[in-house]
Design a protein around this ligand. Structure first.
Ligand SMILES: [Zn+2]
Ligand SMILES: [Zn+2]
Length: 177
């Protein structure tokens, strides 16, 4: 879908669309869309700027930061975005200052593709650090084994430190016997 400034000048566009997995280029190998992405939005032209406001949601397959297994996460976001034509950027300082203050994007030519906006918004919506589960044990730093699935034969894991007091207690107890 192309948001054309000339069309938006005549009337706002109400957007209700579904993007099947694979139809959006998310510009990342670290995530994969696994369910349709649904977007509801309104696009309009305000003082020469395209304003698009709405919401989208989908489910993505991401990579666990600890064990590198895949994790499916619900991802969504409300947005209220302004895009200004690159050719309309004013030179005077005052306008430039206002431009810096607001979170504004740019478009070239007659408008922009909704898919490009969405790809950016999806990237902004994914969590900085995804963990497959709160008690994910991660990979062994020595041999690289996924500790959620198997134990390895490496000497020590950091988690063993928590058991040290217990081991000492046991030792004391056996000395008293
Ligand atoms: Zn994990
Ligand atoms: Zn190991």
């Amino acid at each position: 879908m192309f948001l054309d400034v000339h069309e938006l000048a005549l009337h706002k566009a109400r957007i209700r669309r579904t993007y099947a997995p694979g139809t959006l280029d998310l510009h990342s190998s670290e995530m994969r869309q696994v369910e349709p992405l649904e977007i509801r939005a309104t696009a309009e032209l305000i003082e020469g700027q395209i304003r698009i406001t709405g919401e989208f949601h989908t489910r993505l397959e991401l990579v666990c930061a600890r064990c590198l297994d895949t994790v499916v996460e619900e991802v969504g976001r409300d947005f209220d975005l302004f895009y200004r034509s690159v050719t309309s950027v004013p030179d005077d300082d005052e306008a430039q200052l206002n431009l810096d203050e607001t979170d504004i994007g740019f478009f070239e030519g007659d408008g922009m593709f909704l898919a490009d906006i969405l790809a950016e918004q999806v990237n902004l919506a994914i969590p900085m650090k995804v963990i497959c589960r709160s008690d994910c044990r991660g990979l062994c730093p020595h041999c690289g084994v996924n500790l959620n699935h198997e134990e390895c034969r490496c000497e020590k894991h950091p988690t063993d430190a928590r058991l040290a007091p217990l081991a000492r207690l046991k030792q004391d107890w056996s000395k008293k016997q």
